[in-house]
Design a protein around this ligand. Structure first.
Ligand code: SAM
Length: 219
């Protein structure tokens, strides 16, 4: 990448933070700071790289997308990640949301169904010097393999309802953020686990690709 492109991306990243994130109501300074530093262009492939700071989702291959920057910021803000937190992410995709979360919390465990996406995501995260991420290829609707619990869980693909294994893997008092609804339209929901209950709040309407798996949509 030449110097001219680098400068262009730096100024576009600054614009994104001011106009698309802060300008739309994102107030969490840690989220704004992190998204002002991570090179989104490294998570976007080929001809789409020059659109890395566009105000929308972009294709990343396998029929999947990197989410709109505002949605990444909103989900990260709603997750209220603290420095010591262990986070489970379902749907690694490009790894961009993973990179944001890895700067906010202690460790990110991320699951992607398409192995073809995991390699580029791993490379981009290495380039971003993120070493606190563990990857898994498989059906994230079944949760992280083995018995584990997490402080925070984020589902970055649409579900009709919360997958049971993910509810089980959330610590008591933990927070889960997910797009919940039908195949082509969902509500972004934030849940707090209180004993056996998941207390939910609607944030806004969204449109995500579907979570395909045993506790998600059929292929
Ligand atoms: N947050 C990602 C980013 O920043 O690039 C975007 C995620 S994309 C909207 C949703 C991802 O969920 C896709 O990569 C898709 O392959 C993945 N996915 C769908 N069903 C899944 C499942 N059961 N387990 C794991 N990943 C799944």
């Amino acid at each position: 990448m030449n110097d001219e492109n680098l400068d262009k991306f730096v100024s576009e990243r600054g614009r994104m933070v001011v106009e698309d994130l802060r300008g739309r109501g994102i107030t969490d300074e840690r989220v704004l700071d992190v998204m002002g530093q991570i090179r989104r262009e490294d998570f976007v492939v080929g001809k789409y790289q020059s659109h890395a700071y566009d105000d929308g989702p972009l294709p990343i291959g396998m029929g999947q997308t990197i989410s709109q920057p505002y949605i990444v910021a909103l989900m990260s803000e709603q997750l209220r990640v603290e420095k010591g937190h262990e986070i489970l992410e379902i749907g690694t995709g490009s790894g961009y949301q993973t990179a944001v979360l890895s700067r906010l919390g202690r460790w990110v465990y991320t699951i992607e169904r398409h192995g073809e996406l995991t390699n580029p995501a791993q490379n981009a995260l290495e380039k971003a010097e993120r070493r606190n991420v563990e990857f898994c290829i498989g059906d994230g609707s079944c949760g992280w393999p083995g018995e584990r619990v997490f402080d925070r869980i984020i589902i970055t693909a649409a579900v009709e309802g919360l997958p049971g294994p993910l509810v089980e893997q959330l610590k008591d008092g933990g927070i889960m953020v997910a797009p919940v609804g039908q195949m082509y339209s969902q509500e972004l929901m934030v849940y707090k686990k209180a004993g056996e209950k998941m207390i939910g709040k609607t944030i806004c309407s969204v449109r995500f690709v579907k979570l395909i798996g045993k506790y998600g949509f059929a292929e």
